[in-house]
Design a protein around this ligand. Structure first.
Ligand code: CP
Length: 319
């Protein structure tokens, strides 16, 4: 079956998930992002790669980093950016997702950047566009339910490559609420595709997906054991909004058992980096001394996100 993300020539058509994304495409995105960091850091002004294109930001769920960096990235590529305010749109009056999409497509959209609380919504949109003869409109998944957040996964890969250079000898530990995390899934698929030999997941049993080992990860329930010798520590937020029932005794208990403190971080390699996709819950999954400390690369992740999103959009536009 053809990968819906690729066109007939094997080039990127949509970005929906890092699962099944070929290694050469991931590498192409990371390589393309390198020169864009100068634009992201404002050393170079705008580029004309998306001039005349309309990018629609459709965020059906809250966002600070992703929505804003997509908007900055599209503007630095000279696109026309339309941010649909979902709360004041006709979606709030009961219009269906696909009716909204049809209407925006009729306004000559070239790209939809979609965040949605329902897993699979961006896939549904991409399939609908293909079925209605509008496959020239690209869809970028900006986070769907607990399923995938591919640009976050890719900006995380960019960050790791920036600080560690080579994926081939790394030990990467992902800590926290994997059960509800679309970020973790996108990270794990990308890390595996890029050849990271040791991917560890660290969490209580209640916050791990069943059969998570099938993703090729080593499971640890004890954070001290899981952090030992890690090159990269990727923290995850407790996704309270997606939890059903009591999966944890309390945030305080969680911090005692799984919070990243300076003492625990000292078990990782001396030059380990600490990452977090945001938003952070200080004192729940991460101690402020770590979040603001020398090992943290959490804010550079955000800046790299602009360059990676520029790379994705320019490749989708055929650049
Ligand atoms: N990392 C991330 O997706 O953050 P936002 O929810 O602020 O976009």
């Amino acid at each position: 079956m053809r990968n819906i993300q690729l066109n007939g020539e094997g080039r990127l058509q949509h970005l929906l998930t890092t699962e099944g994304l070929p290694r050469h495409i991931i590498t192409e995105i990371l390589d393309s992002a390198v020169p864009f960091t100068e634009v992201a850091e404002r050393e170079v002004k705008k580029l004309p790669l998306l001039r005349g294109k309309s990018v629609f930001n459709l965020f059906f769920e809250n966002s600070t980093r992703t929505r804003t960096t997509f908007e900055i990235a599209a503007k630095r590529l000279s696109a026309d950016v339309i941010n649909l305010n979902i709360n004041t749109s006709s979606a709030a009056k009961g219009e269906s997702l696909l009716d909204t999409i049809d209407n925006l497509a009729a306004m000559h959209a070239d790209m939809f950047v979609v965040r949605h609380a329902s897993s699979g919504a961006p896939f549904l949109i991409a399939a609908h566009l293909a079925a209605t003869g509008k496959e020239h409109i690209s869809v970028v998944n900006a986070g769907d339910g607990r399923h995938a957040h591919p640009t976050q996964g890719l900006l995380d890969m960019y960050t790791i490559r920036h600080y560690k250079r080579d994926f081939g000898e790394l030990t990467v530990a992902i800590v926290g609420d994997l059960l509800h995390s679309r970020v973790a899934r996108s990270q794990i698929y990308a890390l595996a595709t890029l050849g990271v030999p040791e991917i560890r997941v660290i969490a209580p049993r209640t916050l791990l997906p069943s059969q998570v080992e099938r993703l090729g990860v080593r499971v640890f329930h004890n954070i001290d054991e899981g952090l030992r010798g890690a090159d990269v520590v990727m923290m995850l937020r407790l996704q309270n909004e997606r939890m059903q029932g009591a999966l944890l005794p309390s945030p305080q208990e969680y911090f005692k058992s799984y919070g990243l403190t300076p003492e625990r971080l000292a078990l990782a390699k001396p030059d380990a980096i600490v990452m977090h996709p945001g938003p952070m819950n200080r004192g729940v999954e991460i101690d402020s001394a770590v979040a603001d400390g020398n090992h943290a690369v959490i804010l550079p992740q955000v800046t790299f996100g602009i360059a990676v999103r520029m790379a994705v959009m320019s490749l989708l536009a055929g650049g």
